[in-house]
Write a protein of this length. Structure first.
Length: 159
């Protein structure tokens, strides 16, 4: 006797419901396995390395530079992520947060990710590749999505 596709689907769903009811609460090992599997969702993203953090240079040269001079302490922190040859992302610290520029320019969106998950999502990238994010703190990375690619930056520490 043959069954219709709908009957097969109904039987499969009933078996899945029974399996879920019998499984009980997830164990810490199950949660960790789920988190590890979820982290693979961006495995195809192009990874962009931190190429330049001008704040580090400012700190090393603190004794040699005068406050307010171009490139000295008091200058905005600037970060550059990239992959040669290929796309890059530049960030500049402002009083209100960070301004970013994606090159080559493309519209899309950016998310700020922390170790515990997204901190900001759906921040628009305009057709010139520019975006603005609120001031995150701690270890963060950016995920940038355009129509043609997904980019993921290195982790960096923002204060």
């Amino acid at each position: 006797m043959t069954t219709s596709g709908d009957e097969d689907d109904d039987r499969l769903l009933a078996e899945l419901r029974a399996a879920l009811r019998g499984a009980g609460e997830p164990t810490p090992a199950m949660v960790a396995a789920g988190d590890a599997a979820w982290s693979w969702r961006a495995v195809d993203a192009e990874l962009l390395q931190l190429e330049d953090d001008r704040a580090d240079a400012h700190q090393r040269d603190f004794d040699l530079a005068r406050a307010g001079d171009d490139g000295g302490p008091g200058a905005p922190r600037m970060l550059s992520f990239g992959r040669a040859p290929g796309p890059n992302v530049a960030l500049m610290e402002t009083d209100d947060g960070w301004l970013g520029q994606l090159h080559p320019a493309a519209a899309g969106d950016v998310a700020v990710l922390g170790p515990d998950g997204p901190r900001q999502e759906g921040v628009p990238i305009d057709e010139l590749g520019t975006f603005a994010i609120a001031r995150p703190t701690g270890s963060v990375r950016l995920r940038l999505r355009t129509a043609s690619r997904e980019l993921l930056t290195d982790w960096c520490l923002l204060r």
